[in-house]
Design a binder for this molecule. Sequence first.
Ligand code: SAM
Length: 216
Amino acid sequence: MEVIKEMIPVVERLKREGYVKSEKVIQALLKVPREGFLPEGLKEYAYLDTPLSIGYGQTISAIHMVGMMCEALDLKEGQKVLEVGTGSGYHAAVVAEIVGKDGLVVTVERIPELAERARKVLKKLGYDNVIVVCGDGTLGYPPLAPYDRIYVTAAGPKVPKPLIEQLKDGGKMVIPVGKDLQELILLEKKGGKIFKKKLCDVAFVPLIGEEGWKEY
Ligand code: SAM
């Protein structure tokens, strides 16, 4: 895919501010047309680095958040990645650019209308290495587990146990945890042990499900 020229100044700023540094994340952000994932009427704001409404009370993540989470995950070509919270499908497309044709992104969304819309957009843009599943992502997606990387784009009360179980040994997970005050956590599984590190404070929509908030 071509470089999106409106994205160049955004990515230059993210580089200066330290959100992104690796060439693979920079190139992926430059190539994915964010406007394609936005509803009509909001497409003109696609290259503003801010979350935007995608309907159903949900949002497309800000560009710096997508870049930062990709950097923290240390994604590599050929990896199998689980995303919980497809939303618009934008973040999944950026990850799909990085893991490439030999990799796979499995993304789970609980709202059927959003899952269907993301599935259509991703197909139209040629992201054959993304599978959109409609369901409760707090339970992960066992049929394609284990995963090299897992990331969650909604904040729950804790790290869901099924996600820890479905992460490969040597794997990494990025997940926001909390309600009013949320922390973005980087979790690594090494030799069967779990290591956690706080990355920063964040504000995500709620993770609703069996291993998330029951209601909000
Ligand atoms: N990364 C997305 C993007 O780029 O558009 C943004 C995702 S939005 C901030 C979070 C999404 O998580 C929402 O679409 C919401 O419906 C979804 N969600 C919340 N709880 C979920 C769950 N248990 N399983 C799957 N999706 C969930």
